[in-house]
Design a protein around this ligand. Structure first.
Ligand code: ADE
Ligand code: ZN
Length: 325
């Protein structure tokens, strides 16, 4: 029987976490009041009631407007710090956190405001032994040109950003659309990953583009490869990481996809367990480990493999990896 103490005590890395997805109703309301922004609700219960969706699209319709409360560098710092403290309690030693520059730039927030707030939280988390890094995501429902502009804006902050990713609505927005910004990012030495959402209709095609043409180092979600043995073999040969998010899967498709996650793990694929948007999908990383362990009756040994996979597919140096493994 797996206990919560065992899960919390298991050293883990979190590799699929959207900072903007850690905005809890309490902080949203507090920042709305402080910044004088009308979000349409005035109580925590009412904000919580808006956190309801049955697809990625319906989630994104709550997610983006909610970011309006984030205005100052301190707001971004506070958001990231609240997550990092929670991660510490959950046994997270290392985290690579997504952020969405375009979700803030399009609201008139300058690049330096959010990057400095987020990065200061990464530095301060060292005091409680959480090793925190940032991954800059392009919004795939915006243009490739805009993604290239964002890449240019990030140049003065190159040393604060570990990698680039791709998120938001995948429908009609295939990986190939972003071949230019991604090849530029690779030339600049960024690590790369991309969302391959589980509810995508032409998922296998998209995954092939991401792996064979863009050459990403990880896939976020990506568990649809289970349908295609050639892709499973390819991913295994390259030791490529898949970052899965059981509770998020449950919201987007009514299925945690535990069967697929476990099957891939047993075939040797480096799948990890992560929280995606914990404030919106009902739980942080330890809640995700607990949910999949309970529902699929997993053993302690299987959870240890997921945790090992998270470090093995992280973007820390081999030297540092060996201190965790
Ligand atoms: N942005 C935040 N969370 C996301 C997800 N799960 N998929 C795509 N875009 C996202
Ligand atoms: Zn995600």
């Amino acid at each position: 029987k797996i206990t919560r103490e065992f899960i919390n005590g298991l050293p883990k890395a979190e590799l699929h976490l959207h900072l903007e997805g850690t905005l809890e109703p309490e902080l949203k309301l507090e920042l709305a009041k402080k910044n004088g922004i009308d979000i349409g609700q005035t109580t925590i219960e009412d904000v919580r009631k808006t956190y309801e969706y049955d697809s990625l699209a319906s989630f994104l319709n709550v997610y983006y407007p909610g970011m309006a409360v984030l205005q100052t560098e301190d707001d971004f710092y506070q958001l990231a710090m609240a997550y990092l403290k929670h991660a510490k309690k959950d046994g997270v030693k290392h985290v690579e956190m997504f952020f969405d520059p375009q979700a803030h730039l399009t609201r008139g927030i300058p690049f330096d405001v959010f990057i400095n707030g987020y990065y200061r939280a990464c530095i301060d988390a060292r005091a409680f032994n959480v090793d925190a890094h940032l991954i800059m995501c392009f919004l795939r429902d915006m243009s490739a040109n805009y993604a290239n502009e964002v890449l240019n804006m990030a140049k003065p902050y190159r040393n604060m950003i570990l990698g680039v990713g791709l998120d938001s609505d995948e429908h009609h927005n295939p990986p190939l659309k972003f071949i230019s910004p991604f090849s530029n990012a690779i030339s600049s030495g960024y690590h790369t990953t991309m969302h391959a959402d589980i509810d995508q209709v032409d998922s296998i095609d998209h995954i092939k583009q991401a792996l064979e043409i863009i050459n990403v180092e990880r896939l976020d979600h990506g568990t649809n490869i289970v349908e295609n043995q050639d892709l499973v073999d390819w991913v295994n040969q390259r030791n490529l990481g898949l970052t899965s998010c059981p509770l998020s899967n449950g919201f987007v498709t009514n299925d945690m996809k535990g069967k697929e996650i476990v099957e891939l793990m047993e075939q040797g694929v480096k799948v990890s367990i992560n929280s995606d948007d914990p404030a919106y999908f009902g739980g942080y990383i330890a809640d995700n480990y607990e949910a999949i362990a309970k529902k699929y009756d997993l053993t302690a040994q299987q959870l240890v493999i997921f945790a090992r996979n998270s470090f093995e597919t992280s973007w820390i140096s081999d030297f540092q990896k060996n201190t965790y493994l």
